[in-house]
Design a protein around this ligand. Structure first.
Ligand code: ATP
Ligand code: MG
Length: 403
């Protein structure tokens, strides 16, 4: 599990916007993600349409409950979309610091409670308040990585220097190291100031800068006011493109230390191994005669085709809907369908170089979905799914019904 704190003591630089939309995009990339709000302003719940009056248990209850009255973190969590959960906060979180004064473990409460959900999530994103105090220290102590969003305005560089000093101080005091990245936010290429500040950031902090940056995009602001992450509010927006790029950059960079293989991947591998074994068991008789001896007759073309059909195509597993196809010689296969607004870029399939298989796993709510494969840019129906319907272009869309 990678824990990434989004912090900057400068107010309004985009911490919550980054925390919400990065979480949503990590989830969209198939990563199970928990967003933890460590800010008593409770803006994550607001930005995700979780009604404050209905939040009975919040981060305060998970963190601060003492004398045996703390609640399990899992009781605080709300599901937002597939793969994306929120542990919301309320204004009572402001009472955490005074309540913890006598507690020697006060700096590491968050780290301890996150351990209880380590097998449920691949990413935890922590939204910090705009000041340094016990809540932010908890986030730093729990995190292996910190992202500092910097708005590309007049006072951004000053705030950034302070934030980096604070992190150095923490490293000295606690001996806990964090990997720091700086993320340019609210970048407006049309303004001279924006361009100058971005180049100054790159010049001064080159090795710390994320390659991705977030443009100023009113859709991000509107999404928050409608209580929706950009993945839902406007999947065609520049805001989505920027956050997808950031999520992919972080995924590709890997965590600061070698991580254990997540349990869900192990489960998928087990499941595929079991399928392969079943396939082998059903294919073996084709190669044997009735007495169990090796047959002289090899499996016929039709028999092999039939077996192939059984593993390729679409299947529903506990972890999601798996699309598996063969495309020998193809460099790139993507899926476009109802579930991604027919945007193939959103769902590239992962290639197995040895077998020439391409695979994707999607989290789809129950329902009926139409899709097509895009093989090296050419749209086609899924050759391993016979369930099709005609489309307005006189071709066929493949169909899957998720239960
Ligand atoms: N890239 C962006 N494009 C457009 N608006 C943005 C962008 N990033 C942030 N904003 C807007 O800027 C304002 C402040 O952002 P946000 O609340 O995310 O900052 P914050 O650092 O979390 O603030 P605080 O310090 O109060 O917690 C919000 O209105 C938000 O919608
Ligand atoms: Mg905020």
């Amino acid at each position: 599990m990678r824990t990434i704190a989004i912090a900057n003591q400068k107010g309004g630089c985009g911490k919550t916007t980054v925390a919400i939309n990065l979480s949503a995009c990590l989830a969209r990339e198939g990563r199970r993600t928990l967003l933890v709000d460590m800010d008593p302003q409770g803006h994550c719940a607001l930005g995700l349409a979780v009604p404050e009056e209905q939040i009975e248990l919040s981060m305060f209850d998970a963190l601060a409950g003492m004398n045996g009255d703390s609640v399990e973190l899992s009781r605080v969590i709300w599901q937002i979309t597939a793969n994306f959960d929120l542990a919301p906060s309320k204004v009572n979180l402001a009472g955490f610091e005074p309540r913890m004064l006598d507690h020697p473990d006060r700096d590491v409460r968050l780290r301890t409670i996150l351990e209880s959900v380590a097998d449920r999530y691949e990413y935890v994103v922590v939204d910090c308040p705009p000041h340094i105090g016990l809540l932010t220290y908890n986030a730093f102590q729990a995190a292996g990585e910190v992202i500092i969003p910097v708005d590309t305005g007049y006072f951004s560089l000053q705030g950034l220097g302070k934030q980096l000093d604070t992190i150095d101080e923490l490293r000295r005091r606690s001996g806990h190291d964090v990997h720091v990245r700086v993320l340019a936010n609210q970048y407006d290429v049309r303004t001279k100031l924006g361009r100058e500040i971005l180049s100054e950031l790159k010049r001064k902090y080159d090795s710390l800068m994320c390659q991705s940056f977030i443009n100023f995009n009113t859709k991000l602001k509107e999404g928050a006011s409608f209580g929706q992450p950009i993945t839902e509010y406007d999947p065609g927006s520049m805001g989505l493109r920027d956050f997808v790029r950031l999520a992919r950059e972080l995924i590709a960079a890997g965590g600061p230390e070698q991580e254990a293989v997540p349990p869900s991947i192990l489960r998928q591998a087990d499941e595929l191994a079991a399928r392969a074994e079943r396939l082998l068991a059903t294919t073996a008789p084709l190669l044997c005669d009735r007495s169990g001896e090796k047959a002289t007759r090899p499996a016929t073309h039709e028999e092999i085709e039939k077996k192939i059909e059984q593993i390729y195509g679409v299947s529903q597993t506990d972890d999601g809907v798996v699309f598996l196809t063969r495309a020998p010689g193809a460099a790139d296969v993507k899926i476009a369908g109802d579930f991604n607004n027919w945007s193939p870029e959103a769902t590239p399939m992962v290639r197995n170089h040895e077998s020439q298989d391409f695979r994707a796993m999607l989290q789809l709510a129950p329902g009926r979905y139409r899709y097509r494969l895009v093989v090296d840019g050419n749209w086609s129906q899924d050759p391993f799914n016979s369930y099709v319907e005609s489309n307005p272009f006189g071709e066929f869309n493949s169909v899957v019904e998720v239960k």
